[in-house]
Design a protein around this ligand. Structure first.
Ligand SMILES: C[C@@H](O)[C@H](N)C(=O)N[C@H]1[C@@H](O)[C@H](n2cnc3c(N)ncnc32)O[C@@H]1CO
Length: 147
C-alpha cells in the first residue's frame, strides 16, 4: 500500500464520471464532499496487499493515527487514489481495505470521510505547508505470513 498524507486547510471533491465499469454505489449527497482542518490520506492499495489485507489495514491505521497525532488533526479524509503505484490491487479488495480503514479510524474517535471509489473526481486541496504537512508511507504485508 502507498499513502500520501497531506495536512490541509481543506479537501473538497466532486464526482465527475465513472472510472470503473461498476463503481461504488453512492447517494446524491456523496457526489460532493468537503472537510476542513483535515489530514487527507491518498491511498493506492497494491497487489501485494491482497496476501494479507487485514494486516495492511492495521498498519495503515497505525501510521495514519501516528501522523494525525503529530499534526494534531482530528479529521481524516480517506481518498482512493490509483496513481501512487503501478501494481494496483483488484478493485473489490481495494474497496474493502479502504472501508475497513475508515471504520477503524472512526472507532478511534476521528471524524472521517471517505471519497467514493471508482470515479473520476475533481478535487481542491489546500496544503498547510509546515514541515510535517506532506508525508508518504509504504506498507507491505509480511512475506507469506497469513494470519
Ligand atoms: C481517477 C482518479 O481521478 C481517482 N482519484 C482515482 O484514483 N480513481 C480510482 C479509485 O477510486 C479506484 N481504484 C481502483 N483500484 C484502486 C486501488 N487499487 N487503490 C485505490 N483506488 C483504486 O478506481 C478508480 C479508477 O482506478
Amino acid at each position: 500500500m502507498r499513502m500520501l498524507l497531506i495536512h490541509a486547510d481543506y479537501l473538497e471533491y466532486e464526482i465527475r464520471d465513472k472510472a470503473l465499469k461498476n463503481p461504488e454505489p453512492i447517494s446524491d449527497e456523496q457526489r460532493k464532499g468537503r472537510l476542513d482542518e483535515v489530514l487527507a490520506v491518498f491511498i493506492s492499495v497494491e497487489k501485494v496487499d491482497e496476501t494479507n489485507p487485514e494486516e495492511v489495514v492495521e498498519e495503515a491505521v497505525t501510521e495514519i493515527e501516528d501522523v494525525a497525532k503529530q499534526v494534531k488533526a482530528e479529521r481524516i479524509f480517506v481518498y482512493p487514489f490509483a496513481h501512487l503505484s503501478s501494481e494496483l490491487a483488484k478493485p473489490d479488495v481495494a474497496l474493502e481495505v479502504l472501508k475497513k480503514i475508515e471504520e477503524k479510524l472512526k472507532e478511534k474517535g476521528y471524524e472521517v470521510k471517505r471519497a467514493p471509489f471508482g470515479y473520476y473526481k475533481a478535487f481542491k486541496l489546500s496544503c498547510k505547508g509546515h514541515p510535517l504537512a506532506e508525508l508518504s508511507r509504504t506498507i507491505v504485508p509480511e512475506e507469506g505470513v497469513s494470519k
